[in-house]
Design a protein around this ligand. Structure first.
Ligand code: GLY
Length: 429
């Protein structure tokens, strides 16, 4: 079997790692792979966005399954291009990926489907947005409707902040085309949760609940990042809450997409807020999350490949089940100096032998590359260090220990990943 993973970050390294465990005999390929992927997959000199070239290569080389990591190729229609050539690909069509690529569409769909989410209004005209913000008041959240690399949501505590965010997006094109339509929504208070669900467009297979840490600083302070760490499972999500999320969020959303003639076949990622009145959707994504994937997949005991293949081939996942190993996983992201701003690249990365060889530690590479046999930094987020342990507290301690032992100039990481769960004193499920 031949499998291509599109993308080259920590999430894609975790996908390759799991697919290799599921099918050790499979030939794995990846687009412009990083240093950590070299032992698992053959790196192709093709960009994730080069859809025509990727489809051509896949067709010519008889690839059995393509799995798409990042959102941009999905929003550009990679699934549609592959479907036109009858090439099995795991990931939703362009129309279905609008649930991530257009926040305005996602909110409208949720309103129609009765999926719990914050009250909202959408605007393309600055004057109308300003009027609405003045009437509604602060706090609120102003979001660029399009894809903005995780930076398009501005939490506004004051009226002035909200007006400034709307002006930046609609008036000054701070997010380019992505901000030419904005969503203004009520602020929700609570704990955030990431739920991944595999879906064939009708049935859903939810994965273990996870939580990520978006801020750069300990105690959840400082600017937002792509994610500085994650853990799974989340103790406050019991079976009853998971069933509620399935019934009130996942199933109605998948049904509404089907009714819109945009059947979603792929990974639906619900970013939720656990409010005092129950779970509400902050946003949907059309792909696996990063770095939650690096915490969730190491706990998956059953095959990931089987449901991915079934969905990619147009089949049904009805009756399929996912099995999880007991215990917890916690991922600490190591970032380069300056991240989430501009970073210097090319710093040598040294991973001690004990970290590489430890059975309870997995090092997933993100922004790394090989340079004359040495691993060097090649991006903002450099590595994701996942530890497996019977409890979150033990996984946190082990992940921190390994993160501290890895060296590169300017390394920064948070030592408090999983702090809420540790404070709860929760163990593993
Ligand atoms: N962890 C956030 C994201 O993947 O968008």
């Amino acid at each position: 079997m031949k499998i291509l993973v599109v993308g080259n970050g920590g999430r894609e390294h975790a996908l390759l790692w799991k697919l290799h465990r599921d099918a050790p005999e499979a030939e794995l390929y990846v687009t412009r792979g990083n240093a950590g992927m070299a032992s698992l997959a053959t790196s192709l000199p093709l960009d994730p966005g080069d859809i025509g070239a990727l489809a051509g290569w896949v067709e010519a080389n008889g690839v059995d399954l393509t799995v798409v990591g990042p959102e941009a190729p999905l929003a550009e229609g990679i699934a549609d291009a592959f479907l036109n050539r009858a090439l099995p690909l795991f990931g939703p069509s362009k129309e279905a990926a609008a649930i991530e690529a257009s926040k305005a569409y996602a909110k409208e769909l949720m309103r129609r489907a009765g999926v719990p989410t914050a009250a909202f209004a959408t605007f393309t005209e600055l004057a109308a947005a300003e009027r609405h913000i003045r009437e509604r008041g602060a706090p609120c959240v102003v979001k660029a409707s399009g894809l903005a690399g995780g930076k398009g949501a501005v939490v506004c505590r004051t009226l002035e902040e909200a007006l400034a965010a709307a002006r930046a997006m609609l008036g000054e094109a701070a997010f380019g085309a992505a901000g030419q339509e904005i969503v203004v929504e009520d602020m929700m208070e609570g704990e955030e949760l990431s739920i991944f669900a595999l879906t064939d467009g009708e049935n859903v297979l939810p994965m273990l609940p996870a939580q990520d840490h978006k801020r750069i600083g300990e105690g959840d302070t400082g600017p937002n990042t792509g994610g500085m760490g994650a853990y799974a499972p989340v103790g406050i999500v019991d079976d009853a809450l998971m069933e509620r999320i399935r019934r009130e969020v996942l199933l109605p959303t998948v049904a509404a997409l089907r009714e819109d003639r945009r059947p979603f076949r792929g990974l639906l990622y619900a970013g939720l807020m656990l409010t005092a009145t129950g779970p509400k959707v902050v946003e949907f994504n059309a792909r696996f999350g990063d770095p939650e994937t690096q915490a969730v997949l190491p706990l998956l005991d059953s095959s990931l490949l089987e449901p991915l293949l079934e969905v990619a081939r147009g089949g049904s996942i009805a009756g399929m089940e996912l099995r999880w190993r007991p215990g917890a996983a916690l991922t600490t992201v190591l970032a380069a100096a300056g991240y989430p701003g501009p970073v210097e690249k090319g710093k040598e990365v040294r991973i001690p032998a004990w970290v590489r060889e430890a059975e309870d530690v997995l090092v997933f590479h993100a922004g790394t590359r090989l340079d004359d046999g040495r691993t060097v930094t090649n991006g903002g987020r450099v590595l994701a260090v996942t530890a497996l342990a019977p409890t979150i507290a033990a996984a946190a301690a082990r992940s921190r220990e390994a993160a501290a032992a890895i060296e590169f100039e300017g390394k920064q990481f948070r030592r408090d990943i999983g702090w809420r769960e540790v404070a709860r004193g929760a163990g593993a499920s």
